[in-house]
Design a protein around this ligand. Structure first.
Ligand code: GLV
Ligand code: MN
Ligand code: MN
Length: 408
């Protein structure tokens, strides 16, 4: 393999520049189609143009930067990740895969010039499911698996209107507007977002599988009433029922499998005031496991428990809005990356991902693999999310080697 020196200073600058565009001081807030998200995708498009890449934007706001091949330009070797973040997210989730991918492509362009096949960096519009009740809408659209439509965010803003308005702000003269062809392979570089690589003292994680996940909205309806005059035995307190329900779910999750994750991340009381018994509570449930049967069983138990705790006029209703199956990623690409990591003398571990990724969607249409780097203290989806610079570099080095092997 030729010497492929990665310009880490440039990657650090790129990361800092995009992170500085986030409108809030508490972490990263690039929710899809928000002003911070538009600013980030616009910056990426500008870099693509400055660097002489072929720049494409699709109707969902996903950005594609191509270094076109000279022998088989129609064969595309793609890398990338997502540009959106969770609320108060970290500086690396998604962004590292996009800008690390760009750095790998620039390293190869600088060292070796035009590849035989086309190299593509993708910045998917949305992966997190943090604004609209949908996940992976960018990669689902690119993969021609599903189009997202008719959804509203918490402020009642409509997905299609938000999308069209945001994408209109990104369009420009030298930007192609199309849904590009699917790639021959897809490699996603990402932070681990958990503690396992650090514990194993491994620099690289090679992802064999990704957990399946389900997301639900639970609505508990009771009766709002006076906090001082309503006897305890006569209350239909929606929050009290919520606490009971959530406690039971925690126990059920533990009893089904120690690997079943169960999270209530969002909860809203109505009317949410000190001297009124809550008449309504709405909360979210996120649960994940590598085995669909475990997720099915948990869903059944959740429905049964909701029915058990509902007593007219108090009701608990559970509505599922995301059901993403667990997937196995490509074994050949994983083996090739293990081999390249050995050549680069990077220690590696094969593992399953507990986080969701666009690779979960891409693997349904093309051979797909993922490269992880360690997360300090395993923290992610929080402003403290970080990875040591040598580890960030190691991930890009491996990605560069992998793209070289596939495209030159
Ligand atoms: C996305 O990062 C998720 O796993 O929630
Ligand atoms: Mn991510
Ligand atoms: Mn994430």
């Amino acid at each position: 393999m030729p010497d492929l020196p990665v310009d880490m200073a440039q990657l650090t600058q790129h990361l800092a520049k995009i992170n500085a565009l986030s409108p809030d001081t508490s972490g990263q807030n690039r929710l899809v189609y928000s002003p911070g998200w538009v600013a980030a995708q616009r910056q990426l498009l500008a870099w693509g143009q400055e660097l002489g890449l072929t720049v494409t934007l699709d109707d969902y706001g996903t950005v594609y930067l191509d270094l076109v091949g000279r022998v088989q330009p129609e064969t595309i070797i793609a890398t990338g990740s997502h540009m959106d973040t969770v609320v108060q997210g970290g500086p690396l989730d998604g962004l590292y895969g996009v800008l690390g991918g760009l750095q790998a492509l620039l390293t190869l362009k600088q060292a070796l010039g035009q590849p035989k096949k086309t190299l593509r960096v993708i910045a998917f519009s949305e992966e997190e499911g943090s604004r609209f009740p949908t996940t992976f809408s960018g990669s689902k659209h690119y993969a021609r698996i599903e189009d997202t439509t008719g959804l509203k965010d918490k402020d009642g803003l409509d997905f299609d209107s938000a999308r069209t308005a945001a994408v209109a702000q990104l369009a420009g003269p030298d930007i192609q507007r199309t849904l590009p062809k699917l790639p021959a392979t897809f490699t996603e570089l990402h932070i681990e977002q958990g503690p396992r690589l650090a514990a194993a003292k491994a620099q690289i994680g090679l992802v064999a599988a990704i957990v399946g996940q389900r997301r639900y909205t639970v609505t508990v309806t009771g009766v709002a009433n006076h906090a001082g005059t309503t006897p305890m035995a006569q209350r239909q307190d929606a929050f009290q029922a919520t606490v009971q329900f959530i406690n039971r779910l925690f126990l059920l999750a533990q009893s089904l499998s120690p690997d079943l994750t169960f999270t209530v991340g969002e909860l809203a009381l109505t009317p949410n005031t000190v001297n009124v018994i809550p008449g309504k509570v709405v909360f979210t449930v996120d649960c994940r496991h590598t085995d669909t049967t475990v997720l099915d069983n948990f869903e059944t138990l959740m429905g049964n428990t909701a029915a058990l705790l509902s007593h007219d006029p108090l009701t608990i209703s559970v509505s599922r809005w995301a059901k993403i199956p667990p997937v196995q990623l490509d074994q050949q690409l994983l083996a090739q990356n293990a081999n390249l990591a050995d050549q680069l003398q990077l220690s590696h571990l094969t593992l399953a991902s507990g986080a969701g990724h666009d690779s979960q969607i891409m693997t349904q249409v093309t051979p797909t693999t993922m490269i992880f780097v360690p997360s300090i203290k395993g923290i992610s989806h929080a402003p403290q999310e970080a990875t040591a610079t040598p580890d960030l570099l190691a991930g890009v080095q491996l990605l560069t080697a992998s793209l070289y092997r596939q495209a030159y």
